[in-house]
Design a binder for this molecule. Structure first.
Ligand SMILES: [Zn+2]
Length: 162
């Protein structure tokens, strides 16, 4: 059985693999601190997200990627694993595209703006200074209070536009 985590080990020596392994080790330590376990399946799902370098992944893409590695995992189970990873602060859900990214790719504190390319799934965090008081003031004028730390913008990236 070719496990995703084994694939990461096979890539050892390349920059990506080292980075992914570092983040998986961090995730494992965080889970231990919180008294929960990063099981092989949870690590595999997080591994797929980390390998996708700054691109979001949908739950069904995760099911497909795991199947390529001979891991047949029903979508419901993948959703449960994603809920776990979100609860541990390891993964973000991008509501506008029904996608997931590891917190490595977006900051996990404060309010921030995320540009999401709807063609290639690229995700970029954007300077958040424009989201401070001006946004709150405008929202307040319209009779709203911001309820989310993430402001998602559906966009098209430069490489997809050219
Ligand atoms: Zn793009």
């Amino acid at each position: 059985m070719r496990h995703v985590v084994e694939e990461i080990h096979r890539l050892k020596g390349t920059g990506t693999a080292g980075d992914v392994q570092t983040w998986l080790a961090r995730a494992r330590a965080r889970c231990e601190q919180r008294g929960v376990r990063l099981t092989p399946l949870r690590a595999a799902v997080l591994g797929v997200l980390l390998l996708r370098e700054k691109k979001f992944v949908t739950a069904y893409e995760l099911v497909d990627r795991l199947r390529e590695h001979d891991q047949i995992v029903p979508p419901m189970t993948v959703y449960r694993v994603l809920d776990f990873l979100i609860a541990q602060g390891l993964v973000h859900r991008l509501d506008t595209v029904n996608g997931y990214v590891p917190v490595r790719d977006v900051q996990d504190s404060g309010r921030y703006l995320v540009a999401i390319c709807i063609r290639c799934a690229k995700v970029r965090q954007v300077d958040t200074t424009i989201l401070g008081e001006p946004l709150d003031e405008e929202l307040g004028r319209a009779g709203f209070t911001c309820d989310s730390s993430i402001v998602e913008v559906r966009a098209i990236c430069d490489s997809c536009r050219s």
